[in-house]
Design a protein around this ligand. Structure first.
Ligand code: KIV
Ligand code: ZN
Length: 503
C-alpha cells in the first residue's frame, strides 16, 4: 500500500455512456482541464472510432498540453487503433471480450483468435511508440487459466499495463481480491481495475483489488457510467488516502469543485447523502452530534477526512432534531444575540415548525428570532419594487427587476431558459454591482393541487466567500415565489457579510 497508486479517469468515456448524457466538445475540454488540475494520472478522453465528432474531441484534448496522459479507447481492430493513434494520444486502451458468454455471442471468435488479435493490437500500438493498456473485457466472468494466458501473451508483446474489468459488476470484494491476487502472481506489469457498480460495491471491489496488488484504479467523477456507473473517483481516492494511508497524485481539495462541474454539465445530481461531495456529507443536525462537532469536529466526523480536505464545508443544520448549540451557532452567525430564555423559546418554536414537516431555512430562524425578541432583526438592504417576466413560445424568457438596494435604486434585466431562470438571473445581475452571489440550490414543490396550486420555492444562495443562506417562499406564481425567496436569502446573507466584515 505504501507505493503511489495511479488514478485513471474515464468520466469522458465510460462516464459519458451514462444513459441520457452527452457532453459538448467545450464541456469535455473544461472537464479535461479540471481533471488535470485535480491531479488525475490518465484521462480516457473518448472512443475515437465511434464518430468523427468523438475523434475531434479526443484530438482536441490530446493537443491541450495537459500534464496528465491522454488515452483513447480502441477495440483490438486495426482501424480503431489507427483512429486513436491519429489523435496524438499518449496511451491507447485496447480491449476485447474474453469471457465465453461475450466471446461466443458477440464477437464470435475462438479463444485462440482472441489471443492473436490482442497480441497484434498491442504490437501495433507499441510500433507507434505509444503506451498501451490491454483490457480483457468481462475479465471477472472469464475462465482464470485463459485470462492468465491472454494477459501473459500481451505482456510478452510489450504491453505496459493490463486492466481487469468487472464489466457487469458481479464481483464481491473477496472474489475481487482473489482474482487480482492470482493475476498479480502471474504477470510482471502493473495491474489496473475497472469496476462497475451494479450492486453498489464498485468502490469496495476496487479497493480490494488494490489490496491484492493492483496499482491503478479506473474511476469516474460522481461514479457516472454505463448502467449503475463506475467506481466513484472521490470515494476511491479518499478511501485510499484516509483509510489505507496510500498516496495518489490527487489534489483532494478540488474534489467537490470537480464533482459540481460534472453535475452541471451532465445534469446528473448526486443525492445529498453522497459520501465526500454530497450536500450532507459534512452536515450535522441532531443535538448530540452538533454539540460534539462544535466542541471538537472529530467527535462525530471521521477526523481522518475533514471537509477542508475535499473542498467542502461543515454545516450545522437547524431542524427537527436540533439542539440548543446548533441554534445558538446559527444565530451567532447571523449576529443575533439572545438570552438563555429567548434561546429556549426559539428552539421550541423551531421544533414546532419542523414537527409539522417543514424544512427550516435560515430565513425561518431569522423570522422566529425576530418574533421571540419582539423586534425586526437586521434591516432589509434590498426592497423589491417591481418585477415582471415575459415568456411564451415566440420569445426568449426575459425578466426585469427594480429594487432599492440600500439608498440606491437598481434596475436589471436578463434572459433565461425559462421564466424562473430569467428572473433569478435578473436579480443576480442587479446584485452584481454590490456583491457577487450565486444561486446554489433551487427546489420547487406544489403544496396544493390544481392549476392554481400554491408553489413553495426553497432556495439557497452563496456569496464569494462561501457563506450560504437558505430561504423559502410560497405563492401561486412560481416566478414571484422564486424572486421573493431569493431576495429574502440575499438580505440575510448581506447581514451576515456585514457582521463578518466588522469583525
Ligand atoms: O466495462 C468495461 O469492460 C469497459 C471496457 C471498455 C474496459 O468499459
Ligand atoms: Zn466499463
Amino acid at each position: 500500500m505504501n507505493k503511489r497508486k495511479t488514478i485513471f479517469d474515464t468520466t469522458l468515456r465510460d462516464g459519458e455512456q451514462t444513459p441520457g448524457v452527452s457532453l459538448t466538445n467545450e464541456q469535455k475540454l473544461k472537464i479535461a482541464r479540471q481533471l488535470d488540475k485535480l491531479g488525475v494520472d490518465v484521462l480516457e478522453a473518448g472512443f475515437p472510432i465511434s464518430s468523427q465528432g468523438e475523434k475531434q474531441n479526443v484530438r482536441a484534448i490530446a493537443s491541450e498540453g495537459l500534464t496528465l496522459d491522454v488515452c483513447g479507447l480502441a477495440r483490438v481492430l486495426p482501424k480503431d487503433l489507427d483512429a486513436c493513434i491519429d489523435c496524438g494520444v499518449d496511451m491507447v486502451h485496447t480491449f476485447v471480450s474474453t469471457s465465453d458468454i461475450q466471446r461466443i455471442h458477440t464477437i464470435k471468435k475462438s479463444r485462440e483468435e482472441v489471443v492473436t488479435m490482442a497480441v497484434d493490437a498491442v504490437e501495433r500500438i507499441k510500433e507507434h511508440g505509444v503506451k498501451c493498456m490491454f483490457s480483457a473485457m468481462d475479465a471477472t466472468r472469464t475462465d482464470l487459466d485463459y485470462l492468465t494466458e491472454i494477459f501473459r501473451a500481451v505482456e510478452g508483446a510489450g504491453c505496459d499495463i493490463i486492466n481487469v474489468p468487472d464489466t457487469v459488476g458481479v464481483m464481491s470484494p473477496s472474489r475481487m481480491y482473489n482474482l487480482v491476487n492470482s493475476i498479480y502472481k502471474e504477470v510482471n506489469i502493473p495491474i489496473d481495475v475497472h469496476c462497475h457498480n451494479d450492486f453498489g460495491i464498485a468502490v469496495a471491489n476496487s479497493l480490494m483489488a488494490v489490496e491484492a496488488g493492483a496499482s491503478q484504479v479506473q474511476c469516474t467523477v460522481n461514479g457516472i457510467g454505463e448502467r449503475a456507473g463506475n467506481a466513484n473517483l472521490a470515494q476511491v481516492v479518499m478511501s485510499l488516502h484516509s483509510i489505507y494511508g496510500a498516496k495518489t497524485n490527487i489534489n483532494t481539495e478540488y474534489l467537490l469543485e470537480t464533482s459540481k462541474m460534472v453535475e452541471n454539465f451532465t445534469g446528473i445530481r448526486s443525492p445529498p447523502n453522497t459520501p465526500i461531495v454530497g450536500d450532507n456529507a459534512f452536515a450535522h443536525e441532531s443535538g448530540i452530534h452538533t454539540h460534539g462537532v462544535l466542541e471538537q469536529s472529530d467527535t462525530f466526523e471521521p477526523g481522518i477526512m475533514t471537509p477542508e480536505m475535499v473542498g467542502h464545508k461543515r454545516r450545522i443544520v437547524v431542524g427537527k432534531h436540533a439542539g440548543k448549540h446548533a441554534v445558538k451557532k446559527s444565530l451567532d452567525d447571523m449576529g443575533i444575540e439572545t438570552t438563555e430564555e429567548q434561546l429556549d423559546e426559539i428552539l421550541v418554536r423551531i421544533k414546532d415548525i419542523a414537527n409539522k414537516g417543514k424544512r427550516i431555512c435560515d430565513a425561518d430562524l431569522h423570522a422566529v428570532a425576530s418574533a421571540v425578541l419582539g423586534r425586526n432583526l437586521g434591516q432589509e438592504t434590498i426592497i423589491l419594487k417591481e418585477f415582471s417576466v415575459m415568456t411564451g413560445n415566440l420569445t426568449t424568457p426575459t425578466a426585469v427587476v427594480r429594487a432599492t438596494v440600500g439608498d440606491e435604486e437598481a434596475v436589471a434585466s436578463n434572459f433565461g431558459v425559462g421564466p424562473i431562470d430569467a428572473a433569478l438571473k435578473a436579480v443576480e445581475e442587479m446584485m452584481g454591482g454590490y456583491t457577487k452571489i450565486k444561486v446554489r440550490d433551487f427546489s420547487l414543490e406544489a403544496i396544493t393541487g390544481g392549476s392554481d396550486a400554491l408553489a413553495e420555492v426553497t432556495i439557497s444562495v452563496e456569496d464569494e466567500d462561501g457563506r450560504v443562506v437558505s430561504a423559502q417562499s410560497a405563492s401561486a406564481d412560481i416566478a414571484t415565489a422564486s424572486v421573493d425567496a431569493l431576495i429574502t436569502a440575499i438580505n440575510i446573507l448581506l447581514e451576515k457579510k456585514k457582521l463578518w466584515t466588522m469583525q
